[in-house]
Design a protein around this ligand. Sequence first.
Ligand SMILES: Cc1ncc(COP(=O)(O)O)c(C=O)c1O
Length: 402
Amino acid sequence: MNNLEIIALSDKYVMKTYARQPVAFVRGKGAYLWDADGKKYLDFLAGIAVNGLGHSHPAITEAVAAQAARLVHTSNLFYNQSQAELAELLCRHSFADKAFFCNSGAEANEAAVKLARIYQKQKKGEGSFEILTMEKSFHGRTLGMIAATGQDKVKKGFEPLPEGFRHVPYDDLPALAAAMSGKTCAVLLEPVQGEGGVRYPAEGYLRGVRELCKQHGALLIYDEVQCGMGRTGKLFAYEHSGVAPDIMSLAKSLGAGLPIGACLATDEVARAFQPGSHASTFGGNFLVCEAAKAFLRVLLEDGFLEKVRQTGAYLVERLRGLQKKHPWIREVRGEGLMVGVELEIPAKPLVDAALNEGLVINAAQEKILRLVPPLNIGNREVDEAVDLLDDVFAQAPGGAPA
Ligand SMILES: Cc1ncc(COP(=O)(O)O)c(C=O)c1O
């Protein structure tokens, strides 16, 4: 099938929950994708920060193929070596002592919130159920997680929503302090906001949040679904601050393209879950755990994360170089390969024009471009992407001539 045939079939049978770009990819290698008409693209979106090693990476392909031929799924009624080994790897390289596995970011956050609620019920009693989350946050699309998300657009039409969530401004310690009380069960936040516009909080923010949680006996939950797994040049984004949470959710690139989510926690908190408290049929099956283990092994290779930091710094520097030519670029911000370009003009026409030029990116919020390429790219791919963006920007309304 060509692009148009795939689009027609999809439009006929798939629910229209996405405003999709008119392209159907059929093949990928490294940081490149090919559509059904044979056109090649440079992928600086990586399945929305999912394909951490790009496409068809031999370590992932081999791990998945071998496991698919051996055993895919048995359920969580039985022990599973792949799951145990993945949990060990994640715990050994983070603050956590225990992991729970599920299939997506929303589910990882649901597990995190349920764990916090049941822990506080046992520790502080019935009244401590409120979860404070941040304005412009994004935590997923289940009913619970749209209640948690600090953006009205995801909630509209689905009310009534689960109770017990309240939003405060991000990166604002006085506002958080004012909202906290004995009722506060936990504070849930993204160490770097992704969907909210690739926003990095000020230095010292996470330390301040941790201090407030301590004062009020509240748990600290990090949603590292987007910013975790090497994305910012550290295995977990919180490592930049040195401030560990009590609970953390992971998904997106955890499985390097396969659907797996995880909720990590300290032993003290994890003990609140007992057999029957929470479950997931598919959660952490052999196939996805082998993919995640293969991904983690590459991330943890000597020099890999250092290279992510270097390539990210080069990407930011080159994008800042474009600001002189295109003064409507308000700000370029990023750590590692989680980069946002804030504009004074709408981002969507630029995303469309970039796709046309063979560069895949997207917009996080109306005027913010998001660049989250595979973590194993080098300066060559950065140069190619920035040169393409320069051409796209030159054609933008108000853009400088090429
Ligand atoms: C920070 C964050 N949390 C949670 C989610 C939801 O993840 P999923 O779509 O896998 O449910 C996302 C998705 O964009 C996210 O960016």
